[in-house]
Write a protein that binds this ligand. Structure first.
Ligand code: NAD
Length: 486
C-alpha cells in the first residue's frame, strides 16, 4: 500500500500549462478512483474553458519557435523520454494499474508499448524530407516542402492511458508541433506523470500542455473552434468522434480519429486450433476486453466450432479475477459500474435470444467492477453483442459453413478497425485478408498493435493512421513551390 501511495503521491495533480504546474482557475478538482476498489486515489485539477484557452495560448506562442528547432534536437528529447519511461517502468505500470485496473503485467506491456512510440518517432523525425522534381513537360521544377501542421489538440481515452498519449505526442513532437493534451477523466494520472517525465527529458516549456477536466465537452469544443488549433487527433468512442468531426468542420481542421471497433475473429477448419485458442485469449482478454482491437465476434467453421468453444471456455474458466496489483491476476476490473451494467445487459440479451453460456456469464460482487470471463455459443445474428462493441471479457461464438459466408459475416458491421484470421492455407489467408474491410488484420496471431505499423480503421472506426511510417505524416503539411525554369 505504501508503494501505491508513493506512486500516486509523486504525480503533480495539476494542470501543466506553459511549463508551469497550476491549479484550475476556479480551484476546482475532481476525484480519480481505483476501479478495483472504488476508492479515491487522489483529486486532480478540474480545468474549465479558460484553463483550456490558457493552454492553447501557450501552445500557439511556442509553435513557430518549436517548428524551427533542429529535427535531431526534437528526436533526442523523445529518445531521452523513451529511456526514462523504461527506467521508471515499475512505478508507471503501477500507476496505470491503479487508475485503469489492468493487471500489472499488462500495464508493464503498455509502458513498453508507449515507450516504443517515442523511440520510433525519435527515428522518424529526422527522416522527414521534401522533393525536387522535373515535371513531365520539362518546364520549371516542382519543389516540395514539409511543415508541422501547427498547434494540435490531442484527446485520449482511458483504456491505454499512457500509450494512447505517446502514440500522438511522439509524432507531434517529432514533426515540430506544439500541443494541448486532454486525457480521459477516468485516468489522468498517467498523462500527468508523462508530462513531468517529458520535461525532465528536455521538452521546452509550452510545447506540451495538459489539461485535466471532468467536463470535456465545453473545453474541447472551444479549442476545436479556436482558429489557432490546426489539428485534432482523437482516440475514443465512435459517437464522440463523430461529434468532434462535425465541430472540426468550422475551422477545417486536419483530423485523425481512432474510434471504436467490432473485430471479427475467423477460425477456418484447417486452422491450428492451439494457436487459434491462444490468439483468441490475447485478442479477447488483453486489457480485460477493453481494447478497441478486441475480438468482439468469433466466427468459427462448423466442423471445429465445438472443440474451439470448449477449449476456449476451459482456458477462460481457469483465469484468476482480481485487483491488477495482485499476483497472477489475468482479469482486472472494468473501468466503472456502467461498463459492468452494459456487459451484463449484452450477455442477457444474447441468452434471452437463445445463446448458451459455456463459462462465466455474470458480474462479480464488489467492491470493484468485475465481470467473469465468459464464452457464449449459438449466438443468434440479432444478438446486440454481435453489433455493438462489448468492451468486456465476453467471447460470442457463431458458426459458418463457407469461406464466402465467413467473409460476409465479418464485414457485416459499420466498423472496420481490426480482424483476425486463423487458417493454414496460404491462398485462403491472402484471399480473406484482401476481402476483409478493416484497417488491421492479425493473420494467425491475436495481437496487431505495433508502433512500427500503421494503426487505424476504416468506416466508423476512424480516419488516418497512427504509428508506422505514415504516423508522422498526420502532423505534417505539404507545401509546393512552382519554380521557374532554371
Ligand atoms: P470516449 O469517447 O467516451 O472518451 C474519449 C475521450 O473523449 C476522453 O478524453 C473524454 O473525456 C473525451 N470526451 C468524452 N465526451 C466528449 C465530448 N462530448 N466532447 C469532447 N470530448 C469528449 O471514449 P472512452 O470511453 O474513453 O474510450 C473507449 C472508446 O475508445 C472505445 O470505443 C474504444 O474502442 C475507443 N478506442 C479506440 C482506439 C483506436 O485506436 N481506434 C484506441 C483506444 C480506444
Amino acid at each position: 500500500m505504501s508503494n501505491e501511495s508513493a506512486v500516486v503521491g509523486h504525480v503533480r495533480p495539476e494542470l501543466f500549462i506553459g511549463g508551469k504546474w497550476q491549479a484550475a482557475r476556479t480551484d476546482a478538482t475532481f476525484p480519480v478512483t481505483d476501479p478495483a476498489t472504488g476508492r479515491v486515489l487522489c483529486e486532480v485539477a478540474d480545468a474549465g474553458v479558460e484553463d483550456g484557452l490558457a493552454a492553447l495560448d501557450a501552445a500557439a506562442a511556442s509553435q513557430s519557435w518549436w517548428a524551427a528547432r533542429p529535427p535531431r534536437e526534437r528526436g533526442e528529447i523523445l529518445r531521452s523520454a523513451y529511456e526514462l519511461l523504461l527506467e521508471r517502468i515499475d512505478d508507471l505500470a503501477l500507476l496505470v494499474t491503479l487508475e485503469m485496473g489492468k493487471p500489472l503485467a499488462e500495464a508493464r506491456d503498455e509502458v513498453f508499448y508507449a515507450a516504443e512510440f517515442f523511440r520510433w518517432f525519435a527515428e522518424e523525425g529526422v527522416r522527414v524530407d521534401g522533393g525536387y522534381a522535373v515535371p513531365p513537360s520539362g518546364n520549371g521544377r516542382i519543389l516540395t516542402l514539409r511543415h508541422p501542421v501547427g498547434p494540435c489538440l490531442l484527446v485520449t481515452p482511458w483504456n491505454f492511458p499512457l500509450a494512447m498519449g505517446t502514440r500522438k505526442i511522439g509524432p507531434a513532437v517529432a514533426a515540430g508541433c506544439t500541443m494541448v493534451v486532454k486525457p480521459a477523466e477516468q485516468t489522468p494520472l498517467s498523462m500527468l506523470a508523462l508530462a513531468d517525465l517529458l520535461t525532465e527529458a528536455g521538452l521546452p516549456d509550452g510545447v506540451l500542455n495538459v489539461v485535466t477536466t471532468s467536463k470535456p465537452a465545453d473545453l474541447v469544443r472551444t479549442l476545436i473552434r479556436d482558429p489557432r488549433t490546426r489539428k485534432l487527433s482523437f482516440t475514443g468512442s465512435t459517437s464522440v468522434g463523430k461529434l468532434l468531426l462535425e465541430q472540426s468542420a468550422e475551422q477545417v481542421l486536419r483530423v485523425s480519429l481512432e474510434l471504436g471497433g467490432n473485430a471479427p475473429f475467423l477460425v477456418f477448419d484447417d486452422a491450428d486450433l492451439d494457436a487459434a485458442v491462444d490468439g483468441a485469449i490475447k485478442a479477447k482478454l488483453r486489457n480485460t476486453g477493453e481494447s478497441c482491437t478486441a475480438a468482439n465476434r468469433f466466427h468459427v467453421h462448423r466442423s471445429v466450432a465445438e472443440e474451439f468453444s470448449r477449449r476456449l471456455a476451459d482456458r477462460l474458466s481457469g483465469l484468476r479475477i482480481g485487483r491488477g496489483t495482485e499476483p497472477d491476476v489475468a482479469i482486472g476490473p472494468l473501468i466503472n459500474q456502467a461498463a459492468v451494467t452494459k456487459v451484463s445487459e449484452l450477455v442477457q440479451d444474447a441468452t434471452t435470444r437463445g445463446a448458451v453460456v459455456l463459462t462465466g456469464g455474470a458480474a462479480v460482487d464488489g467492491p470493484g467492477h468485475f465481470y467473469q470471463p465468459t464464452v457464449l455459443t449459438g449466438v443468434p445474428p440479432q444478438a446486440r453483442l454481435l453489433h455493438e462493441e462489448i468492451f468486456g471479457p465476453v467471447a460470442a461464438i457463431t458458426v459458418f459453413d463457407t469461406e464466402a459466408e465467413a467473409i460476409a459475416m465479418a464485414n457485416d458491421t459499420p466498423y472496420g478497425l481490426a480482424a483476425y484470421v486463423y487458417t493454414r492455407d496460404l491462398a485462403r489467408a491472402l484471399r480473406v485478408c484482401e476481402r476483409l474491410d478493416s484497417g488491421m488484420i492479425g493473420l494467425n496471431q491475436g495481437l496487431v498493435s505495433n508502433p512500427a505499423a500503421p494503426f487505424g480503421g476504416t468506416k466508423h472506426s476512424g480516419l488516418g493512421r497512427e504509428g508506422g511510417r505514415v504516423g508522422i505524416e498526420e502532423f505534417l503539411e505539404t507545401k509546393y513551390v512552382a519554380v521557374a525554369q532554371p
